[in-house]
Write a protein that binds this ligand. Sequence first.
Ligand code: ADP
Ligand code: ASP
Ligand code: MG
Length: 409
Amino acid sequence: MALIVKKFGGSSVATPEKMFNIVNRVLAGKKEDDNIVLVVSAMGDTTDELVSLAKQVTSHPYGREMDRLLSTGEQMSIALMAMAFMEKGHPAVSMTGEQAGIKSSNAYGKGRITDIDPSRVFEALKGGNIVIVAGFQGITDDGDITTLGRGGSDTTAVALAGAMKADVCEIFTDVEGVYSTDPRISPNAVKLAEITYGEMLEMARLGAGVMQPRAVEMGSRYGVPIHVRSTFSDNEGTIIREAYTMSANEHVITGVADDTNVAKVSLAGVENKPGVAHTIFQTLADGNVDVDMIVQSVRTINDALTDIVFTITRDDVVLAKDILENLKKTIRMDDFVINEHMAKVSIVGAGMLGQPGVAAKMFGILSAEGINIEIISTSEISISCLIAEDRVKEAVHAIHDKLVLDGRG
Ligand code: ADP
Ligand code: ASP
Ligand code: MG
């Protein structure tokens, strides 16, 4: 008897016809005693449409109300999916995040799952139902809805699979698996048969939107194998697991990721003394602004002052502006500038550990394309460069073809 969690993304459930397609395939593949839990996203571009509706009302991020609004997208799709199963003769029941026992932190728009009590899901399965759970949402201890960040249905699915000790979590999407780079950007992208949690987490964190980073983290923590595959074909996709099982999949560079949800914040003429950086970044953290790359420059002319440059996601620009305006009243700063037209291009691969020269090759490729690098950051298994947004596609093509494909021979 298998327990399987299957997650279907927005494009997979975009229309009633697509929903029936899923119902037919799930029922055709289901063995008599299989227990099936579906996690679904909002239909098509519903979440984006809800965001733009809110923007027509206000530019202020009213977190609590925003999350209530955004969570409605998934509530539509779970109810429709449950009706579609019943229409095809199989009992089904839909559950909101709260009903499925998903507790979340109170960080609106980027809630974290803090606990899951799936007893109601188990009960419904026992009653012979297929259970359809709303992705992307949880409930705080105070009873407020929080959403889990864009792409958060992935995290709902993997976390639920972990809490229920499912045999596998299948992520059904509009591509056939995880590729060496976004297949919509590069026609030369190669489908990976498998990838480790560590490398997938790095790819996702650096912008490979096929999986939400937290979902990969959950998979790793609970040891849930994740199978990323196509909603529209039966082909094997990509297995995300602890270690490679085929040495053929070990390469110096596994993939290239890009992220255009990036804004660069430059603080000029900040006082150069202990405690200032702490105040700035603690205040941003208290306001729930995630900071990524950070550079503090050395001034030779006036070393009483320094410049600090860092990156944030574009979603946080309004929030960051408010926070920095306030900070200007308490710490010394000439001014701050936010540039929203930046992007980050990154290479990822556990194989680059102990391989000198990989960074130099990446910078050489960008320089040959005439692309300026503004900030560089590295981890053990990745190198990232901040560049102008309008050059990002060229950068991905060049780096992918010259570093990833050449490395595969
Ligand atoms: P869903 O609605 O199913 O969650 P997403 O749009 O969130 O789908 O994720 C799938 C998309 O991720 C693909 O259409 C593809 O453009 C993008 N993507 C980015 N990087 C990669 C990658 N390395 N491999 C596969 N897909 C990627
Ligand atoms: N509907 C949400 C979004 O568009 C969650 C998801 O699809 O995973 O981000
Ligand atoms: Mg997604």
